[in-house]
Design a binder for this molecule. Structure first.
Ligand code: FO1
Length: 309
């Protein structure tokens, strides 16, 4: 399988990152993570998708919640409640150490890539975890009631408003490490993440889409039997693409970017112009994440190793 770049966002993306990191040697793997969810909260720089990947790879993640740390307490949060401060985004006490250190190092002038490398090194994470951009590029959600930042829409308002448009605010800039990882990649795997709010923000970073398009690229469908495993994707496909939620609708969204798509067995119907692999894509255990990683990588290896440039 050579050098692999894995694109990740959200909880589903992090789940498969765990299996990919076990299936691919660290020196042949780079995990590129969405930073469109990032925002400032309680005066701290929060990078939810980077933290979800980091905690998952370090086996510290709270598995059923999908984000934050296991064995977490929320005493700081309850004190914030007493001060009548914002508590809609639940930052745990152990989780706060990550946000405090990231915020301090960013203030000291380190890039988000460097900050992430320090945190991952301290947690004993071997593969490179690379932010999609070293500059802010916040995902914005246009709704009938106005424009919301991603976390306000998803968490504060519980994704109530229908999405009319998703866009990125800011000038995203890829790190040299990110472009070098893509230049060396033999295979790009797109995780079972929300294409609109987790993967498109990565593809919009200058230099990323054309490198992915020029390589063997396989996406893992985040829709299983017409339903999103987690989050608002099913409704977004209806409102943004006018499509009923399906693996075929996801393949349609990515279009010619993909060499192949890997779907839940039984979801192969109506997928054209792209190779289709199928297997068990729901990951409740680490064993299922590892077996899915092996199946996806084996499927990718059956596809032409490079694309017409
Ligand atoms: N998601 C929620 O739905 N509610 C929360 O209170 C919440 C807190 C939180 C704290 C730290 C963190 O890293 C992630 C957190 N998330 C929470 C998930 C976050 O909204 C992510 O952006 C989603 O997982 C989508 O990527």
């Amino acid at each position: 399988m050579g050098n692999v770049v894995y694109l990740s966002g959200g909880v589903g993306g992090a789940r498969l990152a765990h299996g990919i990191a076990k299936a691919v040697d660290a020196e042949h793997l780079a995990i590129v993570v969405n930073v469109g969810d990032d925002f400032t909260h309680w005066g701290l720089s929060i990078s939810p998708d980077l933290d979800t990947v980091m905690y998952t790879l370090a086996d510290l993640a709270d598995v059923e919640r999908g984000w934050g740390l296991q064995d977490e307490t929320f005493h700081a949060l309850s004190m914030m409640q007493r001060y009548d401060a914002e508590t809609w985004f639940q930052l745990g006490d152990r989780d706060l150490a990550t946000h405090v250190l990231r915020s301090r190092w960013l203030r000291e002038g380190l890039t988000l890539t460097k900050v992430t490398a320090r945190l991952c090194h301290a947690l004993g994470i071997a593969p490179r975890v690379l932010p999609a951009s070293d500059t802010p590029c916040a995902t914005m959600i246009d709704t009938a009631g106005g424009t919301l930042t991603f976390q306000d829409w998803l968490v504060r308002d519980r994704a109530r408003a229908d999405v009319k448009r998703v866009w990125s605010r800011g000038e995203p800039r890829p790190s040299p490490a990110l472009l070098e990882a893509l230049d060396r990649a033999d295979t790009v795997i797109i995780g079972p993440s929300n294409p609109y709010v987790s993967i498109d923000p990565i593809l919009r970073v200058p230099g990323v889409r054309e490198r992915v398009a020029a390589r063997r690229t396989v996406a893992v469908s985040p829709i299983v039997h017409g339903k999103a495993v987690k989050g608002p994707l099913a409704r977004m496909l209806q409102t943004l693409a006018g499509a009923e939620p399906s693996a075929a609708a996801v393949a349609q969204h990515y279009g010619t970017l993909l060499s192949g798509i890997f779907v839940e067995s039984g979801d192969e119907a109506a997928i054209h112009d792209v190779a289709v692999g199928a297997g068990g894509t729901v990951m409740q255990t680490r064993a299922q994440s590892l077996s899915l990683a092996h199946e996806v990588l084996a499927f990718a290896d059956t596809l032409p190793s490079h694309r017409a440039r």
